[in-house]
Design a protein around this ligand. Structure first.
Ligand SMILES: C[S@@+](CC[C@H](N)C(=O)[O-])C[C@H]1O[C@@H](n2cnc3c(N)ncnc32)[C@H](O)[C@@H]1O
Length: 276
């Protein structure tokens, strides 16, 4: 196993570079690219119900992947900057922006932790959703980046998998606690995946990734410590990807466990505002 964050980031970036081409083809329809190219600006119902109006706002999208949500938010009138450390993702995002006539959308290739060095701050909104902090070892440092990028009074919108769900594995038809929460920064969980999560069977060459599970208290306390005030926090019983084989569609591209399973929190979302 690599011994420092740079080595973890390099392995993860190779994995993401490879996934971009597969996701861009959208064989399983997870990314709803056809709908996007037709002009759609909908996010999932969770974010749509919570984010509010972004028109006229300067919005920074951290870990924007190949820019679909960034460009959906641009269509709603936000002045968007998307950041991702995958060169393949940023190239695909710029290509899509040109294709839909949004050359004003800015896409920057950078590690989240380097963003204050390469992007000017003063944003009204930092937006980061679905599969982001599991790639980051240091949550207080992540919260510090967000605080530096927001103007006083600006807010963070965050939605992601719930840590109580991330600790589970499906084993013999049951969801069992398998991973401890609050992964130490220097001892990530190591995963090997032969394919990506969209159902596309294309084999991955860069299969190994390094990930971290962060408790809600770790996230919330880091944001408070960085100078943000928590305005709301919600837990959800649906998720925008099929986390476990037993999951069944819940409508609108969301997934949930079958009725035979006890209700568990699958996602968490929050809004936190930078104190003046
Ligand atoms: C699951 S995707 C996020 C998807 C996102 N919700 C969207 O808008 O499509 C995770 C993204 O995080 C990026 N990423 C992972 N670690 C990163 C890091 N340390 N710095 C910047 N980007 C990172 C990956 O390249 C990938 O595009």
């Amino acid at each position: 196993m690599p011994s420092d964050s740079d080595a973890y980031f390099t392995a993860n970036r190779c994995n993401w570079d490879e996934r971009v081409g597969i996701h861009r083809r959208d064989a399983g329809g997870s990314y709803r690219i056809d709908r996007f190219l037709e002009g759609d600006d909908r996010l999932h119902s969770i974010e749509d119900g919570e984010l509010g109006d972004v028109a006229g706002r300067r919005l920074l999208h951290l870990q924007c992947h190949f820019g679909l949500d960034t460009l959906r938010l641009a269509r709603r009138g936000a002045a968007v900057t998307g950041v991702d450390f995958s060169p393949a993702a940023i190239a695909a995002a710029r290509e899509l922006a040109g294709r839909i006539g949004r050359p004003d959308a800015v896409f920057v290739e950078a590690n989240v932790y380097d963003v204050p060095d390469v992007v000017a701050g003063g944003f009204d909104i930092v937006f980061t959703t679905w599969g982001t902090i599991c790639w980051l070892p240091d949550i207080p440092r992540w919260a510090g980046v967000i605080a530096r990028m927001l103007r006083p009074g600006g807010f963070l919108y965050f939605a992601d998998g719930h840590p109580a769900m991330q600790m589970l594995e499906e084993i013999d038809g049951r969801l069992l606690p398998t991973y401890p929460q609050d992964t130490p920064p220097d001892r990530p969980l190591v995963f090997e995946a032969a394919t990506t999560y969209t159902g596309d069977p294309t084999p991955l060459a860069a299969r190994r990734t390094y990930q971290w599970i962060h408790s809600i208290s770790r996230v919330v306390n880091a944001l408070i410590g960085a100078g943000l005030t928590l305005e709301r926090l919600d837990e959800h019983r649906v998720l925008p990807w099929r986390m476990f084989p037993m999951f069944v569609p819940a409508g609108d591209g969301l997934w949930r466990p079958p009725d035979s399973q006890p209700a568990i929190p699958l996602a968490v979302s929050l809004t936190a505002r930078r104190r003046a």
